[in-house]
Design a protein around this ligand. Sequence first.
Ligand SMILES: Nc1ncnc2c1ncn2[C@@H]1O[C@H](COP(=O)(O)OP(=O)(O)O)[C@@H](O)[C@H]1O
Ligand SMILES: [Mg+2]
Length: 360
Amino acid sequence: MSGLRIALLANLKKNAPHRPWEPNDRWAELDSERTVEAITSALQEAGHEVTFLEGDKNLYQKLQRGRFDIAFNICEGHQGDARESQVPAILEMLDIPYSGSKVLCLALTLNKPMAKRILAYRGLPTPRFQVLENPYESLDSVLRYPLFVKPTCEGTGMGINGNSMVRSEGELRHQVRWVIETYQQLALVEEFIEGREITVGVLGNEHLHVFPPLELDLSPCPPEEQGIYTGRIKSELPNSPRYVCPAPLTDTQVEELSQLAAAAFRALDCLDMARVDFKLDANDAEKPYILEINPLPGLSPGVSDLVFEAEADGMSHAQLINAILNEALKRYPHLTHRATRLVGDFALAEMAHSAVGVGK
Ligand SMILES: Nc1ncnc2c1ncn2[C@@H]1O[C@H](COP(=O)(O)OP(=O)(O)O)[C@@H](O)[C@H]1O
Ligand SMILES: [Mg+2]
């Protein structure tokens, strides 16, 4: 196998275009240099030549100048409510193959209400919700308190804090106003699901491999976070929750979560990888609800949920990264033969024990 020329595309926190009027957590979802270095080493270990390019306004020219076989894309984007789609759109204009999900999937999943509408259409369980354009709009009478308020188009806990769960109309109006004013976007109001928090990683395309579920135990976190996986915990206190993988669940629960994660992956047209976040309703026999699907899950060694889940399956960070690349290569017939063996025993066809085939 000869190595590929890979453009590793990411948005680094340190390169973010800081503007003084923006909220402190504005760039929380961007990547660290450590993550980019780890992905670079993983791809180099498999014999590829890797060039990191910042996914900024000059990306089009930088890509035109380089002669790349494929892009490994983890760009979250800088602005616009479909910002995760911008780099895939550029890559398609330039006819450059790339890893991960495409334009439509990345636009839909960044918009939580849009993704929830599709999940609901497919009969997949997601909390009942309403989108509010202003703090005075009347609330749908089917919604029951407590409710949860979050921005419609953010990730990484942005706009989620100890006040996000609201028990009264007064609290609701206050939090909706804060979200709309601070994040300059509509507010998503959902029924609050009390119970355990589980996240499930998916890898593959034709055959899906579902990783062992990871439970996020928030009980060791500061009480003011109210048992919610807030932006502050995600960005400032990542060591305060307990990450338990495999999560202590019955075989039936694991099977149900795996089927739901795979079905959500199919419903949103994800490619190569994704992570599906669930809450298990403590008041209804731990019925699982899908909160959201992340087609660009974090890939930081020692930090990201998907990486922990892969490790629990015996897959190293380098193997995970190369497995994602190999999945993408299958879409490009002229590159297929250049898949790496570094993934070795983890070739997806061999992952029989938790492979799930779910039709469209
Ligand atoms: N409807 C809900 N009920 C209970 N907790 C919720 C709900 N929605 C979000 N949360 C809490 O907020 C966290 C972040 O919400 P999520 O929708 O996953 O957004 P993000 O994109 O920031 O991860 C969740 O991990 C969970 O702790
Ligand atoms: Mg989430």
